[in-house]
Each structure stands twice: as C-alpha cells, then as structure tokens.
Ligand binder design. Structure first.
Ligand SMILES: Cc1cc2nc3c(=O)[nH]c(=O)nc-3n(C[C@H](O)[C@H](O)[C@H](O)COP(=O)(O)OP(=O)(O)OC[C@H]3O[C@@H](n4cnc5c(N)ncnc54)[C@H](O)[C@@H]3O)c2cc1C
Length: 380
C-alpha cells in the first residue's frame, strides 16, 4: 500500500473515531489508566486493519512496508492517543522474535501482542549488568524439556502488565561473557517469578525488580540459538533505537507545538525566547531527519546496527533540550504549579532525565560512535 494513501486513510479514520480513541487525560494518568487505554486503541486499530499493516501475515499482519507501522505510531503519538513507551514495546521486541524464534512460536504468541490483548517486557538489565550487559548472571540450566532459570533482573518496564518477557540468561560458564548467553521468551505467570515495582522520580511504577526462582521454561521458548542470545540482544537494541524513537519524536513535536502555543498566548516573544525555541526546533528536526532516513533503511530491508546510536544521541539531546526550555520559558511550571497542565510538563521534564539512561546510556552511545563508527581506538 502506498504510504501517503495509508496516512490519509488512517488520519480520516482517527478523526472519525476521535471520541472513542482520545484518552480522558493528556499526558498525565496512572499506569493503570494508560495501559487500559493503550489496549483499547491497539485493539481498535487492529479491528480497523490499520494496526496490522507492516507486520507479516504469519503473525496476523497484512504485510506491506514497515513504514506503515512507523506512520501508525507517528499519528497515534502526535495525537496523544497512547503512552509512547507502552505503544512501542511491540516495535522493540516483536521484530526480533519473528526473525529468530521458531515460526510456530511467533505465529502463536505475537498475534495477541499485535491485537493489544497482551503486553511483553524486556528482561535484560541486572543489578550488576547494565551498560556491561555481557556480564549478566541470571542462570538457565538445561533440564528435561527445557530450562530452569534462577537469578535477578532489574528495571524491567511494564512487567506488572505483561504476559511474556524476552529474557537474557547465562547458559555458558560464568565468565563466558557474550558467548554464553541464551534468550528465552518466558511466561510472566510462571511459578517462581516474583517482582516488586520501583517508583520513578515522576511518581509512577514504571519498572520492577524481578526474581526468578527455579522457573521452568519449555524448550520451544528459545529465541535464536542456544548460547546465541547476544545476537538476539544486538538485534533488539537497534529496533529500540530506531522505530520506537520515530514514534517518540512525534510526541516531542506535539509538546513543542504546545510550548509555542503557550508562549504565544502569554505574549512572550522576546529575542531570547525566540532563540531558545529555535534551538529546540533545530534539535527536533535534526533527530527527525536522521530517524526518517533510518525508517527508510529499515523499509528497504537493510540490517540496522550500531549506527542507530546516533539516533539515540540525537533524540536524547532533543528531548532534554525541549523540556529544559519549558522549565526556562514557563517559570515555575516544573517546580511549583499544581494544575493539570503543569503536572503534564513536570512529568515530561522528570522523565526526560531517563532518556540518557534507558536503551543504553549517553556515555555508552558516544563510546559506540567513537569506537565502532569513527574507529577512534579501543576504550582505555
Ligand atoms: C526508564 C527506564 C526504563 C528501563 N527499562 C528497562 C527494561 O525494560 N528492561 C531492561 O532490561 N532494562 C531497562 N532499563 C535499564 C537500562 O537499560 C539501564 O539502566 C542502562 O543500560 C544502564 O545500566 P545501569 O543502570 O546498570 O548503569 P551502569 O551501567 O552502572 O552505568 C552507570 C554510569 O556509568 C556510566 N558508564 C558505565 N560504563 C561506562 C563506560 N564503559 N564508559 C563510560 N561510562 C560508563 C554510564 O554511562 C552511567 O552514567 C531501563 C532504564 C530506565 C531509566
């Protein structure tokens, strides 16, 4: 399907169904409210077929270019119809599962995710393995018909709403680094999994500490090869740094427009304000130009890799610059005001600080660019 026709038809459908799809809040809501609304919008798009384009028919999709998925995410986020983090979990996890798990497994498990009936989460980070992911120690031991998993993960987003978790486990010797890691698709309601949500500084239970105590995982839940989990992680991370950010970028443009509208209403059109707003706009456009190119490379079947670290650096800078500008140009709105609009800005401001941590920290992204793209030598 031609992307422009698709966007036009989608836009018309979203307009016609705006009453049902628009959340009863704008940016501020409890996790429960956001997740309930996410499922509603995902299901409605699935039923109207728009949510199925860009996904393979083998998992309930209708085929077509991944650009169509980028357009759906962009329109949804630009209109503020869903929380971008929840919306994009499928973009982070499903492409790799479809590519590397058995066709039977993805045909069975991906469709409920696509319909919005399920959420999945990503169990990579551990208390002693974040940036240095290859040192992870959550162990999977082979047993009759599968694995037994024991260990701890942390910062697992959305686990309390999830049915499945893409879990990285240690299957090689403790010091086998990236060579001894295996990825498994685990049912979150398996006996032996317990979690305690952790509150973020913007007051939400976004993620959790998770304990795996002799959790049985059937053999058919393998993603990729045994001891080939590093490849799975390297396949997932570029998705996390590409399509998901295109969607998030749409939300940032929405908030940028809100800022400009608020400044116009207040009559603050000083030279300093204009300069700050202009710099934010340039950052947003720099990210968008880069990410647009990434979406086309993905659509053309190119393998994404370490170069997506550039996308991550650009969106992090743009997001933090935007909400720092909000703090400077709307004095007190982040620190003192209590009305719903101020709470919206405060939530964004605080969450923007996480942008230089999740999906690989700002320092790690710059290391990747320096070492892998610019060949500036090994880490000292
Ligand atoms: C909002 C949010 C959601 C998240 N969701 C998930 C999730 O769903 N699943 C999941 O698995 N994880 C998730 N994470 C965790 C995230 O992936 C890790 O926080 C991240 O990889 C950094 O790891 P760490 O926290 O252990 O920090 P560390 O790796 O301990 O880093 C601490 C500091 O040291 C710096 N540093 C470390 N190594 C180097 C180096 N070699 N050179 C220069 N500086 C270095 C880092 O840049 C950072 O500033 C989430 C994090 C956040 C904030």
């Amino acid at each position: 399907m031609d992307p422009e026709t698709f966007r036009r038809d989608l836009g018309a459908w979203l307009d016609a169904n705006a009453d049902e799809l628009t959340p009863p809040y704008d940016g501020i809501a409890s996790m429960n409210e956001q997740m309930a609304h996410y499922s509603l919008v995902k299901r409605a798009l699935y039923d109207a077929r728009f949510g199925r384009y860009g996904w393979p028919e083998s998992v309930g999709g209708l085929g077509g270019s991944p650009l169509l998925r980028a357009i759906v995410g962009e329109e949804i986020n630009f209109r503020g119809l869903a929380d971008p983090n929840a919306w994009t979990m499928i973009e982070v996890l499903a492409p790799t599962v479809i590519e590397l798990a058995s066709p039977e497994l993805s045909a069975r498990l991906v469709p409920p995710f696509l319909r919005g009936d399920e959420m999945w989460c990503q169990g990579f980070s551990e208390p002693d393995a974040g940036s240095d992911l290859a040192s992870l120690s959550c162990r999977a031991v082979k047993t009759d018909g599968g694995w037994v998993v024991s260990g701890q993960k942390v910062w697992t987003s959305f686990i309390q709403y999830s049915q499945r978790c893409v879990l990285l486990t240690r299957t090689g010797e403790p010091d086998s680094a990236h060579r001894g890691i295996t990825a498994l698709l685990v049912d979150v309601d398996s006996p032996g999994i317990t979690y305690s949500p952790i509150e973020t500084m913007h007051g939400r239970l976004d993620f959790a500490e998770v304990h795996y105590d002799e959790v049985f995982v059937p053999a058919d839940r393998l993603i990729g090869e045994e001891n080939g989990g590093w490849q799975v992680a390297m396949d997932i991370l570029p998705y996390e740094r590409s399509t998901t950010f295109w969607h998030r970028g749409a939300l940032l443009h929405r908030r940028f427009s809100d800022l400009v509208a608020q400044l116009s209403d207040s009559g603050d059109l000083s030279e300093l304000t204009a300069k700050t707003v202009g710099e934010v706009f340039l950052s947003l456009v720099a990210f968008r130009s880069r990410s647009r190119d990434t979406q086309y490379r993905l659509a053309n079947g190119q393998q994404l890799g370490v170069e997506t670290s550039i996308d991550k650096i650009l969106i992090t800078s743009a997001e933090q610059q935007l909400f720092e500008a909000v703090r400077d140009l709307l004095p007190g709105v982040v620190e003192f005001d209590e009305d719903p609009e101020a709470t919206m800005w405060r939530t964004h401001y605080l969450y923007s600080k996480a942008a230089s941590i999740y999906g690989g920290t700002a320092e790690i992204q710059r290391n990747i660019v320096a070492r892998r793209l610019l060949d500036l030598g090994p880490e000292s």
